[in-house]
Design a protein around this ligand. Structure first.
Ligand SMILES: NC(=O)c1ccc[n+]([C@@H]2O[C@H](COP(=O)([O-])OP(=O)(O)OC[C@H]3O[C@@H](n4cnc5c(N)ncnc54)[C@H](OP(=O)(O)O)[C@@H]3O)[C@@H](O)[C@H]2O)c1
Length: 256
């Protein structure tokens, strides 16, 4: 099996930390020219120099700001072979407490941003009859997670958008797949543990242990373990895998 990315250009969204950053590192290690996208320019400036290889760049833009994203994409060539769609997770909380604005905000960041990116990048992929689009979503696509009302709602919509897109783009040699992470050791998970510990009046280590006990593998994932699945789906050899949801969750999701 070859997973060399030599000669391939990749745009990795949500690339300044966590799963996105791990994905960018592995792609660069394997020869891809990587563009990192996130909001925090200072961090991207530093990180782009930490990637192996040459020709890497960054794009500092807020995926929630559709107008800024459109403008940023108009100012560059968008000749990417690989697009990794990823951003911070939508806000938690119950549906009855969710404000209208929370739905609209996450719709912009997770659906309109994806649509804007794909409209800019798919024409190049089509012209080459080759492309790989991978979404990093959540296992809530398969089994909803309590107290993540708006998030569950948007994640389901993103997965359906993605499946529809996979059918539209398949005739052009482009695949669209979703990776669904379980508990993964990233800054996001740390924040969730802290917030849950405070809500339940427990210590952070008690919350961590409670969550690990829910995973058949009895541990959290390293970010690289999720990123390797993303990179495989972004590789040439994965060309006949299309429109799937792949949980990388240590076996936690209780459905097929
Ligand atoms: N970690 C887990 O346990 C877990 C479990 C299930 C699902 N997931 C999902 O998997 C995805 C990645 O998770 P993660 O843990 O790696 O997340 P993370 O540590 O929170 O990292 C999110 C990345 O996205 C960027 N980002 C956030 N909002 C953005 C915006 N509006 N525009 C542009 N960039 C934005 C952040 O950088 P800036 O702040 O600089 O913009 C950062 O680079 C998320 O959707 C998360 O909900 C994670």
């Amino acid at each position: 099996m070859t997973t060399s990315f030599s000669g391939k250009k990749a745009l990795v969204c949500g690339a300044s930390q966590g799963i996105g950053w791990s994905t960018a590192q592995i792609l660069a290690d394997q020869g891809a020219q990587v563009t990192l996208l996130a909001r925090t320019e200072e961090r991207l400036k530093t990180l782009v120099n930490e990637l192996n290889g040459s020709g890497h760049s960054y794009l500092a833009v807020d995926l929630h700001d559709t107008e800024a994203l459109t403008k940023a994409l108009q100012n560059q060539s968008n000749d990417f072979d690989i697009l990794i769609l990823n951003a911070g997770g939508p806000k938690g909380g119950s549906l009855l407490e969710a404000k209208d604005e929370e739905y609209l905000e996450s719709f912009r960041t997770h659906i309109l941003a994806n649509a804007t990116l794909v409209k800019s990048i798919a024409p190049h992929m089509k012209s080459k009859n080759y492309g790989r689009i991978v979404h990093i979503i959540s296992t809530s696509v398969k089994a909803v997670i309590p107290n993540l009302g708006v998030s569950n709602t948007i994640r389901g919509a993103v997965a359906n958008w993605s499946k529809t897109l996979s059918m539209e783009l398949a005739p052009f040699g482009i695949t669209v797949n979703n990776v669904l992470p379980g508990y993964t050791k990233t800054p996001r998970l740390e924040k969730l543990i802290t917030a849950t510990a405070s809500r339940l009046g427990q210590s952070e280590s008690e919350v961590s242990q409670m969550w690990k006990d829910k995973v058949p593998s009895l541990r959290f994932a390293e970010p690289e373990e999720v990123a390797h699945a993303v990179v495989f789906l972004a590789s040439e050899v994965a060309g006949y895998i299309n429109g799937v949801n792949l949980p990388v969750d240590g076996g936690r999701t209780p459905s097929l």
